[in-house]
Design a protein around this ligand. Structure first.
Ligand code: T1G
Length: 704
């Protein structure tokens, strides 16, 4: 008997129980165990078999840790063929999240039931893959072509009720008692003489689709796939379900799956899957670090960020107090929140009742005394160090001992803020990204004196509100914004060298960025950078005009970006579509001439390298300084905070893919051609390039 698959015969029902914690991933041992048990059960006294799982979930898919290693038999398709061809009726009984190969296993069974809270889905596209064990062929037969494309292309789980609606489940059990419910259901099927229902026998009527359906679908998809190949292959696999007999469709699907499995895009997205989970772990914190009990939260500052942060907690069912300096300002903040929720109701993303429920969790105040009993306060006031310090002095005076005091600052020195309180051990940064109720990333910033308990609690609170957390130590701009400086600087300097805004942004967007750096500047507002610049110059800093002169000139012309209808681009007042503007090229030429910079034709490769090599180089410095724990954390920050393409795996993974030697030589070359000021290779990059090593190997070696 296998260590992860148990079998027992109860009356005339054979119960197959999978137990492979933590998520019953379909490891080799599980596949072998399942194959053996189903084969043996063909000869015993059972009249039907029930397949269910122990632990918190039905099988959550293939074992992703096995990918990229030599394949081990039996393969999942082999196992599923045995299940589907079983002479004994098999019922899959699901709870938790039946995903990927786990759900495909259920689809190969003859009947499917689930507890009401179960969710089922095929999330392979989020790993740059497609369902490779019959999912594309069987879901199409059960739910139809259009539903199958929807389910497999978005990869999001369905509730049991939704799945039943789509014919993907035969029975939603009356309650959460999985085992009892499943055995009773199997008995009913046996007593009713239910036939062996094999999904493969369901035929699809190709006539139900308009001519050219799949080609049109592919064309529409390509516009939003941003170069991700898995989506295209999914359409091809579903098309095969319509045009080919089952056996051939399965072979076609498998070929497409194996092509994607070997692709750099899937390797990158699998890296992000594990990096996301690793980022949640703080290496030097004992695993038994205690957590503080966080029930009541407060947010200081009801602006765009403060309002979004308050919504995060209300969305997670946690009561939150929003504090503002006056009743008027408070009303403005609450109005923004109401407007945001109303927008979600209008888009059908939440019901009116849900909106009311969340609004009831958000209370307003203009009195610090109302924060006396909260467990966590997040300060989100104007990005000015003195104003922030004043807020922390007041919080220190009113908040109970043990309350966690966090700042949402994007740049400021957490240690200096903590130093104005009597409890620096309870102070840290919790840096949300705008819009805070949408963006997944939370940079947790560890101060010199922040204690373990507060750190562990902040990471856990981040997970509770649905954020992906990455830890940063204190430096100007933490991980994300510090690295962004070089990327944004080069985007601007490329204009002086002769590139147009369209050229710069097109290269970044073709690479997979959601939006190019100059268009992002227009979205955020060029005046924000301009004011920060003025503050730095007022503080006596001498700033190289080549890094900002065109942007500053645009602001002085009243071109602040989208909000004023023009910035690096002009924006159509109706559609907000961006249009190129020759005036910007003229402005760049004028400033280049003034600075004595000869303009030239710039290649896409140069633009690509000048945008992303500074990101990688600063990332190497951040790793060497210990600001980030591991390269994967930086990748998580960029994928979830800056829309860096997951299909590239983040800047550090991408660097390892293209080779650190190539990056190092590129930086050296730019240093020679463009001046060394902004092109100094980070010592770690130089070291690893010299040894032909990678960031991943460097980090693994440090962990021993
Ligand atoms: N393989 C290996 N390890 C896995 C795993 C998997 N499929 N899923 C989770 N883990 C590990 C994870 O790394 C973590 O480890 C621990 O389990 C708990 O996970 C042929 C090709 C199920 C919703 O994409 O979405 O099937 O950090 O922290 O928040 O067509 O895990 O503790 O060491 O995420 O409760 C398709 C992936 C695979 C689902 C649970 N399946 N998993 O979330 O826990 S491809 C998926 C999840 C496939 C077939 C194809 C989530 C979860 P550690 P966790 P959670």
């Amino acid at each position: 008997m296998s260590s992860v698959v148990r079998y027992e015969l109860i009356d005339n029902i054979g119960i197959i129980t999978i137990d492979n914690p933590p998520v019953n991933a379909l490891s080799q041992a599980l596949r072998q165990g399942l194959l053996d048990v189903v084969t043996a059960a063909q000869k015993d006294a059972s009249e039907a078999l029930v397949l269910l799982c122990g632990g918190r979930t039905f099988m959550a898919g293939a074992d992703i840790t096995e990918f990229g290693k030599p394949p081990q038999s039996p393969s999942l398709p082999e196992v599923l063929a045995v299940l589907e061809n079983s002479r004994k009726l098999i019922v899959a009984a699901m709870h938790g999240t039946a995903l990927g190969g786990g759900f495909e296993t259920a689809l190969a069974c003859h009947y499917r039931c689930a507890v009401p809270s179960a969710r089922v889905g095929l999330p392979e596209v989020k790993l740059g893959l497609l369902p490779g064990a019959g999912g594309t062929q069987r879901v199409t037969r059960l739910a139809g072509v259009k539903a199958a494309l929807e389910i497999i292309l978005n990869g999001n789980p369905l509730s049991a009720a939704e799945a039943a609606e789509l014919n993907l489940l035969d029975e939603v059990l009356p309650d959460e008692n999985l085992r009892e419910g499943a055995i009773a259901y199997a008995h009913d099927l046996v007593e009713s003489g239910a036939l062996l229902k094999r999904v493969r026998d369901i035929s699809i009527d190709p006539g139900s689709l308009e001519p050219g359906f799949f080609d049109n679908y592919r064309r529409r998809l390509a516009e939003r796939a941003r170069g991700q190949i898995a989506s295209d292959r999914i359409v091809t696999a579903v098309e095969a379900a319509v045009t080919l007999p089952m056996e051939h469709g399965l072979i076609r699907e498998r070929d497409l799956f194996l092509e994607l499995l070997l692709s750099s895009q899937s390797r990158a997205m699998r890296h992000i899957f594990f990096a996301e989970r690793e980022a949640a772990k703080i290496r030097d914190l004992p695993t038994d670090t205690s957590l503080r009990d966080i029930r009541h939260v407060a947010v200081v500052g009801g602006g765009t960020m403060g309002g979004g942060i308050a919504m995060c907690f209300a969305n997670a069912g946690m009561p939150v107090v929003l504090l503002e300096i006056s009743g008027e300002a408070l009303e403005r903040g609450l109005a923004i929140i109401r407007k945001n929720y109303a927008g979600s109701v209008q888009k059908g993303k939440m019901s009116e009742a849900e909106m009311q429920q969340r609004l009831q969790l958000i209370t307003g105040s203009a009195d610090y005394a109302d924060l006396a009993q909260v467990d966590l306060v997040i300060e989100a006031v104007f990005e000015n160090p003195e104003i922030k310090k004043e807020v922390f002095r007041r919080l220190d005076a009113v908040c109970k001992p043990g309350a966690i005091l966090a700042s949402n600052t994007s740049y400021q020195n957490i240690d200096e803020i903590a130093a104005v309180t009597s409890r620096p051990q309870d102070v840290l940064g919790m840096h949300f990204f705008s819009p805070a109720n949408v963006m997944k990333l939370l940079e947790v910033v560890r101060g010199e004196k922040t204690c373990h308990e507060v750190l562990a609690t902040a990471m856990q609170v981040g997970r509770r509100i649905g954020k992906i957390c990455a830890l940063s130590r204190v430096c100007y701009g933490f991980i994300g914004n510090r690295m962004l400086t070089g990327y944004a600087r080069q985007a601007h300097m490329l204009l002086l060298d002769g590139a147009t805004p369209e050229q710069v942004d097109a290269v970044a967007e073709d690479f997979g960025m959601a939006m190019g750096p100059l268009a992002v500047g227009d979205l955020a507002g060029l005046d924000i950078g301009y004011k920060a610049l003025q503050a730095r110059e007022a503080a006596g800093e001498v700033i190289d005009p080549a890094t900002h002169c065109v942007a500053s000139a645009l602001v002085e012309l009243g071109r602040l970006g989208q909000k004023s209808g023009a910035g690096y681009y002009r924006y159509d007042p109706q559609t907000r579509a961006r249009q190129s503007d020759p005036q910007v090229e003229a402005l760049s030429r004028e400033h280049a001439a003034r600075l004595g910079i000869p303009q030239r034709v710039i290649s896409r490769d140069e633009i690509l390298a000048r945008l992303f090599y500074p990101l990688i180089n600063e990332g190497a410095r951040i790793l060497q300084e210990g600001i980030a724990q591991r390269p994967g954390d930086i990748d998580i920050v960029y994928v979830y905070g800056y829309a860096f393409p997951a299909a590239k795996g983040g800047p550090m993974f991408h660097a390892d893919e293209i080779g650190l030697g190539t990056v190092y030589e590129g930086i050296q070359r730019f240093g020679r051609e463009l001046g060394a000021t902004y092109w100094q290779p980070a010592p770690l990059l130089a070291q690893l390039a010299a040894s032909g090593s990678s960031f991943a190997q460097w980090d693994a070696a440090r962990q021993g």
